[in-house]
Design a protein around this ligand. Structure first.
Ligand code: HEM
Length: 513
């Protein structure tokens, strides 16, 4: 009887397998391909497998069958997203980098990444041959003072309304820095008053706040993983994203993507409205309108002038102009805010450096509360503090390139398509360049730079080459202007003894998009 039942079972199984053979063959092929791509290729076939780096499988993982599934899928990604930005990479370079500082890391799905430290490699990738290493993803000081005065009024109001103003008040400085930098960039980009410092319901500020809350929220690691998924950015730019957003909003974790889609759509709509207004203003003759200096007005005027002189020539479309301004908004707002917040943190820990800065800026601001940039530029300690903060805690700790050709870098044959980390924070704090206390805050090192300092490749906070940050000058001026006013007017302490924001937040700034 049992033999007969088994026989029937196998016959039915065989018939079902035959009926669904197409699906079964596809699934088997996918399985085989996944095993090949995530285990066999990185461990036994890749020409990069001999380059030292953290092992894909730590010894105990070989004996854990569950790890055979999870490790190849995740690669070193858990260490990267759990760790503070740039720190796991620094540890790997120290442990495996050797003399030259070359390390291989296996990311999710067996995709390999290489890290190079030497100026020669950075020069090849970012400057000399930058077209061969494409990115895989993707002063106007007067304009600042309005926002800075508002910030001073708001913070003073918060302190006065505290129960014991003399004891100080605990304030979320990162949020306030984010508001002031948004108001500054909106003014600079569109001559638009976002007024986020005073009006928490401002449409643009509110929308940005939603995106920032996701970035800093508990599921931010998932969001980064989703953004890094091949094809994700294509999807986000397509109309499919807008059409499927309500469906996404219902799914766990993925709902964040729906929030990003809606926020991006709203920001784009607001920018379009502003462009329409600029286009209406551009018909008014120059005599009638004040010559505006915001980026969007400059673009509108440049396009009008190009079309007048060369009607058939190349000019930016409306859509491209909105894109340009949105890039500025995105790239220039959070970066400067986190640079400022980290500087305040470093000064709260290093009270001596803070007092020295106060002694330098107070008389200058007493003589003129809205100093010109030329005045601020001469303040030596202010410069040291800002540069040192950007060195040890760079707002963009890491970026990426993709090899567009196969070639040697630092003696390693790198295949086309390989992802290269540009380890900004690691280079900024590398002991061979900056000395044995490279990871500590020493503003005075800018008064006497080490002999090993290279003017282009030792501080990479804004990277170098044609894709380097075009807002670098503005960012440094903005940071100095806001910081000078804050330090001249307030004293900063940690919110509580032992406050360590590095472990409080899981801020991991991997920009791949
Ligand atoms: C402390 C503040 C800032 C830091 C640390 C910073 C850093 C960077 C870095 C590292 C990149 C290159 C990313 C890459 O190529 O992978 C970049 C690009 C860029 N930055 Fe900045 N930035 C800051 C502020 C600003 C400001 C204030 C603006 C605008 C006014 C700005 C505008 C841009 C633009 C337009 C790009 C190119 C974006 C693109 O091509 O997609 N940045 N920035």
């Amino acid at each position: 009887m049992t033999g007969l039942r088994l026989n029937v079972f196998f016959r039915q199984a065989y018939e079902s397998a035959w009926e669904y053979r197409g699906i079964l063959i596809s699934l088997s092929l996918m399985f085989a391909l996944t095993v090949y791509r995530t285990i066999i290729y990185p461990l036994y076939i890749s020409p990069l497998r001999h380059i030292p780096g953290p092992p894909l499988f730590e010894t105990p993982a070989w004996y854990n069958p569950f790890a055979w599934v999870t490790v190849p899928i995740k690669g070193q990604f858990p260490a990267i997203i759990k760790g503070e930005a740039g720190i796991p990479q620094r540890a790997w370079l120290k442990q495996y980098g050797g003399e030259k500082g070359v390390v291989r890391v296996v990311g999710p799905l067996g995709i390999e990444r290489l890290m190079f430290l030497s100026p020669e490699a950075c020069e090849s990738v970012l400057v000399k041959e930058w077209t061969e290493y494409p990115r895989s993803l993707r002063e106007e000081i007067d304009m600042y003072h309005g926002a800075i005065s508002s910030l001073m009024r708001v913070l003073t109001g918060q302190i006065i309304s505290a129960r014991n103003p003399d004891d100080g008040v605990v304030l979320p400085m990162y949020e306030w820095m984010s508001k002031v930098t948004l108001d500054i960039i909106c003014n600079t980009a569109f001559a638009y008053d976002s007024n986020s410092l005073h009006d928490p319901h401002n449409e643009l500020a509110d929308t940005y706040e939603k995106i920032i809350a996701l970035q800093n929220g508990p599921n931010s690691a998932w969001l980064i993983a989703l953004v890094s998924t091949p094809g994700f950015m294509w999807y986000m730019r397509s109309s499919l994203a807008w059409r499927t957003r309500k469906l996404l909003a219902m799914l766990p974790i993925i709902w964040q993507v729906a929030t990003v889609i809606e926020s991006m759509y709203k920001i784009r709509q607001i920018s379009k409205r502003m462009l329409e207004q600029k286009l209406r203003e551009s018909h008014v003759t120059e005599m009638e309108q004040e010559r505006k200096k915001d980026i969007m007005s400059l673009l509108v005027r440049a396009r009008k002038e190009t079309l007048e002189s060369e009607p058939t020539g190349y000019s930016l479309s409306d859509e491209a102009m909105v894109d340009q301004v949105l890039t500025f908004l995105g790239a220039g707002h959070e970066t400067t805010a986190s640079g400022l917040a980290w500087t305040l943190y470093l000064l709260a820990v290093n009270k001596e450096a803070q007092d020295k800065l106060r002694a330098e800026v107070t008389p200058v601001l007493a003589a003129n509360p809205k100093p010109e940039y030329r005045t601020l530029k001469e303040l030596q300690w202010l410069d040291c503090v800002v540069m040192e903060s950007l060195r040890i805690l760079p707002p963009v700790p890491m970026t990426f390139r993709k090899a567009g050709k196969a070639d040697y870098l630092d003696g390693v044959y790198v295949l086309a398509g390989t992802i290269l980390y540009i380890p900004i924070r690691v280079i900024n704090t590398w002991q061979a360049i900056w000395g044995s206390d490279a990871e500590e805050f020493h503003p005075e090192c800018w008064l006497n730079l080490p002999k090993s300092y290279h003017s282009q490749y030792s501080l990479m906070s804004f990277i170098v080459g044609p894709h380097a940050c075009i807002g670098k000058t503005m960012a440094i001026i903005e940071m100095k202007t806001v910081l000078a006013s804050l330090i001249a007017n307030f004293e900063f302490d940690l919110a509580y003894e032992g406050h360590d924001p590095e472990t409080d937040s899981d801020d991991h700034n991997e920009t791949e998009g």
